[in-house]
Each structure stands twice: as C-alpha cells, then as structure tokens.
Design a binder for this molecule. Structure first.
Ligand SMILES: [Zn+2]
Ligand SMILES: [Zn+2]
Length: 334
C-alpha cells in the first residue's frame, strides 16, 4: 500500500514525509483493518514531525481517520466489512490502571496515540482495536467527518473542561480546525463567543460562524471572559488570555505542546482572584462517542479543504503558517 512515512524528525520545511510502498497491515485479535478514505491534518502532527512530541519512528502519522472496514481479526465482531468508521487520537489505553478505571483513560501511563505510538491514517490502510473505532453519522461526508475526530472531539473536551454555561462569555484564542467547530457547539449551548486571532480571514470565518466579536490577540474585548480556550502554539497567548479573563474564570490550554515559552507572569495582575489554568491531554473514547452524535444533532458544519495524500508536506507547512481556513484533510488514493 501507499503511505506517507515519517522516518526522521525535522522541520516541516524540509518535507520530511516520504511516500512509500509498505505492506498492508494485518488486523490482530480484536482489531479491524480499515481502507482509509480520508485523514484529517492536525497541529499535533507538526509537534511530532518537529520533535516537540517525538513519535515512534518510522511512523505513519494521522489521527482523524475515516474509512471502511475491509477485514476483521479473530474475535472482532462489532463491525462488518463495508461499515464506515472513524479512528481518533486515542489508539489504546491499558484499561487496568487507576486512571483507566476512573474513566480518565486519556491520562493512562500506557496511552498510545494514533499516528504517534501506532501507525495512523496517512496511508491506504490502517488497523485499530474495534473498541477504539466509532461509527460515523450519515449526515457527514468522509471529508467532513475527519476533523470531527480530533479537532471536534478534543474541542468538545476543552469546552466541557472549561466549565462554560449558557449565557457565559467564551473567548477562543486562535481560530483553526478545532476552534471553528468549538464555536458552533458553544453557540448551540447559548454562549456568547469572542475570537482572538491575528488573521483577518480567520476573524471573518469566526463572525460568519456566530462570534459576536473578533479581534487581534491584544485587542480589548467588549467584556471580560468567563472562560477562555487557547488553541495557539505560542506561550505569549497565556498572559494575553489571563488579562481579559473575569475573576474566577478559567483558561483551558488545548494544545499538546507550545512552540515558545510562556513568559514570566505577574501573579497579582494575571492569576489572583481565583483565576485557573487547566491543560487538556488527549481524549477518551467517551469524548468521541458523545461528540459525534452531538455534531450530528446540532448539526456542525465543518469547513474542509481537501488535498491529496501526497501533498501532506505542503499542507502541513501551510498549517504551520496559519494559512488553512477551517480544517485540512488528505484524500487517500484508491
Ligand atoms: Zn489532533
Ligand atoms: Zn491505563
């Protein structure tokens, strides 16, 4: 099969993904073999490629996988050949540790990320345990469904952990694949949303999707924020967000890694008055299982740009440069 393989970490400008012919994986006990239709492109892949989140090498990246079941391993019985399924960032967790037993499998010490510790969806085929695959609601095309699996599902987790309630003001810092879905859920929940992003194109998309205010990261918003979610890869956003957070408000940090340090912060000015900072790590299966039907019900309209799998390097570079509106997906050759 064809796969875009990362053999060594390098800046994405050096086009480190290489199209290769590799054997089609064989599904083990309890696993399914998926013929991949599309795979979404996520910011986390930049962290893997550039070494901020080192993957097992060589690796097939990609953790927003949509495809059809092509075969099943022994004992796998949840899906049949031809079923449309998705795979998300959580590829497996041990199931037995205290975190797993309490429903926090995202924090499992043996957590494996799709396309990080196990091969993912930048390929014609992939395998996963049937317990870590999800049916895709009919409403969504393959391309529309892909960003729901990480950008959407983890965005939903960000929103839940922010503690936002109906009528509250939510601030979104950065407006990429995840934020453009999060805003639609937040509007559905009756929240007012302010969006902070440098890109005027992203500000326009934000207004189109229901933001009542959109400005640059340092612009003063009309009111203070009850909750903020930081999707940006830079540390400077943290003090900027805390500055416009209401007393008792919470800042959720949505990214796995920051490219730059969080600057030293003045406690009295930025943190006192019971402000909180919370990071989000990975997702649980429950996040995806709850979010996909919610996305169907709202319904979420993903803005998707489709590319060919062999264009992965280019697309990742555009993502790094902030030049993707909404979400990018890679279509796999037949
Ligand atoms: Zn992701
Ligand atoms: Zn565990």
């Amino acid at each position: 099969m064809k796969a875009m393989v990362l053999k060594a970490m390098a800046p994405v400008e050096q086009e480190p993904l290489v199209m290769m012919d590799v054997p089609i994986p064989v599904p083990g006990p309890g696993e399914i073999l998926i013929k991949v239709s599309v795979c979404g492109v996520c910011h986390t892949e930049l962290d893997e490629i550039e070494g901020r989140l080192p993957p097992n090498l060589p690796i097939v990246l990609g953790h927003e996988v949509v495809g059809r079941v092509e075969g099943v391993g022994t004992g796998a019985e949840k899906f049949k050949r031809g079923d449309r399924v998705g795979v998300a960032w959580i590829h497996s967790a041990c199931g037995g540790c205290p975190f797993c037993r309490e429903g926090n499998e995202n924090l499992c010490f043996q957590f494996k990320g799709t396309g990080c510790q196990a091969n993912g969806g930048y390929a014609q085929y992939t395998t996963v345990s049937e317990d870590f695959a999800y049916p895709i609601p009919d409403r969504f095309s393959d391309s529309e469904a892909a960003p729901l699996l990480c950008a959407g599902a983890i965005g939903y987790r960000d929103l839940r952990l922010s503690g936002i309630k109906r009528g509250d003001v939510l601030g979104l810092f950065g407006f990429g694949a995840s934020a453009h879905i999060v805003i639609q859920v937040a509007r559905h929940w009756g929240c007012e949303v302010f969006v902070f992003t440098r890109s005027e194109e992203h500000q326009n998309l934000a207004r189109q999707l229901g933001a009542t205010w959109a400005g640059k990261p340092d612009d003063p918003p009309p009111r203070k924020l009850r909750c903020a979610i930081d999707f940006t890869p830079v540390g400077e956003t943290v003090p900027a967000a805390l500055r416009v957070l209401e007393r008792g408000g919470r800042l959720v940090m949505a990214v796995i890694r920051k490219r730059t340090q969080i600057p030293a912060m003045d406690y009295a000015e930025l943190l006192w008055h019971e402000k909180e900072i919370k990071s989000v790590a990975n997702i649980t299966r429950a996040d995806a299982q709850e979010f996909l039907p919610l996305a169907d019900k709202i319904p979420i309209t993903p803005h998707v740009l489709e590319f060919r799998l062999e264009e992965a390097n280019e697309v990742l570079l555009r993502l790094k440069q902030g030049k993707i509106q909404g979400a990018a997906v890679l279509r796999t050759p037949d």
